[in-house]
Design a protein. Sequence first.
Length: 88
Amino acid sequence: MAAREIDPRGAKPPFRQVAAILAAEIKTGALAPGSAVPSEKALSDRFGVARDTVRSALRVLREEGLVHTVPSRGTYVTTSAEAPDGEQ
């Protein structure tokens, strides 16, 4: 996956920009259903943002039903069977 720039002066806050990029990767299949999302550290390095920013982005994706987190295991792309109403 190619790194995309986060615009710190953009109209959207950085965590929303990260969430939008990851959501697009999920929707296009670059992050496949059931696959692990890269670690907070890896995403922080990739986007050049703080880990708290990544945590906020992952929270947004969880709220949208795109990912789920398994404590002590990681964050995974939600499969259609796990998504509410069978949506992904």
